[in-house]
Ligand binder design. Structure first.
Ligand code: IPD
Length: 265
């Protein structure tokens, strides 16, 4: 119902604001790597872990029966039909280095469908939010994708995974794509990249190998701003491939990525 969606959005905004303020204001000067995951460059800091703890604690206080899926291991089945999908810091490497483009990403799914999403980038002073069927906002202004240019004039965002073989493939795809588009951007946060498509700051975005917590909230923001999102042609967005762009450009980019075998490792 509309009331449930509004409640979930309000809770997500509150949790993202609190975690974001903590991450921005308490970032240790000598922040180091607490652990590595899939490879030596796939890092977790103590702050990722603290942020996820803070967010899951806030959610459990407000809605104890909900499920939770978090990047740093939070996993609760839940019994309410609502599931929270959390990236406590999307853009961890930017955060580690003191670059501004990192965000707290929180999405609420009801019976598997994302109905509310928040991407909060405290250092940029930017918060995107969306509710299914009700549009997307950047701070207090509604956002809209920019009109689709030809592929050759598109500014395209992308990102790279952490495994060396995957990166080698991703570099081959980028090598093919660069001469066929306006330019490429690698911002370092998939959630913000999707929101940048929503706000007309990128024409399109694609990446191989994201996880649900990277894209759950940003996907809803992009769609509510008029973007199409998906995976390979005819398939939904998935960890295999994420593509976001306005109608017209979306199909061209999807087809081009299919020709290039962008989903291969
Ligand atoms: C990463 C960022 C990055 C993308 C990676 C993600 P994390 O998320 O979104 O832009 O290229 O694939 O893993 O690890 O910083 O939460």
């Amino acid at each position: 119902s509309a009331a449930l969606r509004a409640e979930l959005l309000e809770i997500a905004l509150d949790a993202a604001a609190r975690a974001g303020a903590f991450l921005r204001d308490s970032r240790p000067e000598d922040l180091g790597v607490a652990a590595t995951k899939s490879s030596a460059v796939d890092v977790v800091t103590e702050m990722d872990i603290a942020s996820e703890k803070m967010i899951t604690g806030l959610l459990a206080d407000r809605r104890p029966d909900d499920g939770v899926l978090g990047e740093e291991g939070a996993s609760v089945e839940g019994s309410s039909g609502v599931q929270w999908v959390i990236d406590p810091i999307d853009g961890t490497v930017n955060y580690l280095y003191g670059l501004p483009s990192w965000a707290v990403s929180i999405a609420a799914r009801v019976h598997g469908e994302t109905v509310a999403g928040v991407v909060h980038a405290p250092v940029r002073g930017e918060t995107w939010r969306a509710v299914l069927g009700e549009g997307a906002w950047l701070n207090d202004r509604p956002v809209r994708v920019r009109p689709a240019p030809d592929l050759g004039l598109a500014l395209v965002g992308t990102g790279f995974g952490y495994l060396a073989e995957r990166r080698a493939r991703q570099a081959e795809v980028v090598r093919e794509l660069i001469p066929q588009v306006r330019d490429i951007r690698r911002g370092g946060s998939a959630a913000i990249d999707l929101c940048d498509v929503a706000a007309g700051r990128l024409d399109a975005y694609y990446e191989r190998g994201l996880n649900p917590w990277d894209y759950a909230a940003g996907d809803l923001v992009a769609r509510e701003a008029g973007a199409l999102t998906g995976g390979r042609p005819g398939e939904p967005l998935s960890p295999e491939l994420t593509v976001a762009a306005p109608p017209g450009l979306f199909e061209l980019l999807q087809a081009r990525l299919e020709e290039l075998g962008a989903w291969h490792d």
